[in-house]
Design a protein around this ligand. Structure first.
Ligand code: HEM
Length: 169
């Protein structure tokens, strides 16, 4: 009888050992991984945020005079014109904004200056009420350089309008 009791006690101890061995560090890690995976499937998803709508671009007609205030001063955007197309270069405010290296082009027809690689005052249309610069006297290299700039601007900036000469009464 004593033998039977001893065996029963032995078997009970074995069972406890088996239960203990379930809680090994590895099993606990696997369990937490499993619970985490389940949780990540079940947890409520944050509603997908809609992308912010870009402000609508209103295509406008500018003359050299009405383009002038768009030079980045007084919190104005920065525009410049190249061969009749007005680009919003506000993103490039560091280049064209007040104090920037190319601020001379802000609010102006920059075609001649870009073509000739010059910041000289005479590159800019002097008579804001007069005809636009036809660039008729420029050579091939200059026109090619200008086209290069235009391509760069088209990739980087939005066209917000066209530049025309002021109408004469
Ligand atoms: C000493 C000569 C010059 C140096 C060291 C210089 C330097 C630079 C640098 C570092 C950039 C920035 C490029 C980028 O991050 O995309 C740049 C852009 C530019 N440069 Fe110059 N530059 C010089 C002459 C000129 C000249 C002569 C012109 C035209 C008259 C010019 C017009 C521009 C324009 C329009 C941009 C593009 C800005 C934009 O992406 O909106 N640069 N220049």
């Amino acid at each position: 009888m004593e033998y039977v009791e001893k065996r029963v006690a032995q078997e009970a101890a074995k069972g406890a050992e088996a239960t203990n061995s379930l809680f090994t560090p590895l099993n606990l890690m696997l369990l937490s991984l499993f619970l985490y995976t389940v949780y990540s499937f079940v947890k409520p998803q944050a509603p997908a945020a809609l992308p912010k709508e870009e402000p609508a671009v209103v295509f406008k007609t500018f003359t050299p005079r009405t383009l002038l205030p768009f030079n980045g001063e007084n919190n104005m955007p920065v525009y410049l014109a190249v061969r009749g197309r007005v680009f919003d270069v506000t993103r490039g405010r560091n280049f064209y904004g007040p104090g920037g290296p190319y601020a001379n082009f802000a609010g102006r027809d920059a075609s001649r200056g870009l073509a000739c690689g010059s910041f000289d005052e005479e590159m800019l249309t002097k008579d804001l009420g007069g005809p636009l610069d036809t660039l008729a006297d420029l050579g091939r290299d200059e026109l090619e350089a200008l086209q290069g700039w235009e391509e760069r601007f088209s990739e980087k900036y939005l066209v917000v309008g066209k530049l025309v000469a002021e109408e004469k009464e």
